[in-house]
Design a protein around this ligand. Structure first.
Ligand code: BMP
Length: 211
């Protein structure tokens, strides 16, 4: 089973497609965020899926009223995204507006230092929201494996934990998995390396060895 998600945060379409081609053997999914969507356009989602033949996560971190979330998510699912990442703090109506259109992943806690200011204190409420809404998965921080364990202990069975913050942000793929994550999201450590395929292979093997 593959557990690695490539965060493809480059601007250029060609570069994105090349890295996707090189690394796809080791990926469960590819995650695109605003940099690539703004740099290459929404059509890059279909091109990546054709190139890599893996699920595509659109990390838009939607955080708007239900109608606007719905308008944005509709375009992104139509473009071929399999999952859309949404913020939970806007409330269940905003999250459900996206879930009515396709699979969602809810941000429960973030990986950067500033996440301790506002998001971490409300994580319990966001976990409860996730347990009620039953998304495909939630985002939890690999930079704080103890928080992954905590979130796993409160989360309803079957909801996946996807965790960014490995490598460039200091987190460990193996520790994140041991703490209870299902999928590990890695960006710069792979796409900025001289040999993205080799890096992806190493992460894949580390993840396979961790379970
Ligand atoms: P990197 O491995 O280069 O740090 O990239 C991590 C990716 O995960 C980026 O796309 C970032 O936007 C995303 N991300 C994150 O780093 N922390 C979070 O809490 C939530 C994220 O979506």
């Amino acid at each position: 089973m593959k557990r690695l998600v490539l965060a493809l945060d480059v601007y250029e379409r060609e570069r994105a497609l090349e890295i996707a081609r090189e690394t796809s053997d080791y990926l469960w999914a590819i995650k695109v965020n605003w940099p690539l969507i703004l740099g290459a356009g929404l059509d890059v989602i279909k091109e990546l899926k054709e190139t890599a033949n893996v699920p595509l996560i659109a990390d838009l971190k939607l955080a708007d009223i239900p109608n606007t979330n719905r308008l944005i998510a509709g375009k992104v699912f139509e473009a071929g995204a399999d999952y859309v990442i949404v913020h939970g703090f806007t409330g269940r109506d905003s999250v459900n507006a996206v879930k009515e259109l396709g699979e969602v992943i809810i941000v429960v806690e973030m990986s950067h230092p500033g996440a301790e200011e506002f998001i971490q204190p409300v994580a319990d409420g966001l976990i409860k929201l996730a347990n009620d809404v039953r998304p495909f998965g939630v985002i939890a921080p690999a930079t704080r494996p103890e928080r992954i364990s905590y979130i796993r202990s409160k989360l309803r069975d079957g909801i996946k934990i996807l965790t960014p913050g490995v490598g460039a942000q200091g987190g460990s793929a193996k520790k994140a998995l041991e703490a209870g994550a299902d999928y590990v999201i890695v960006g710069r450590s792979i796409y900025e390396s001289k040999n993205p395929r080799e890096k992806a292979r190493k992460f894949h093997e580390e993840l396979m060895g961790a379970i």
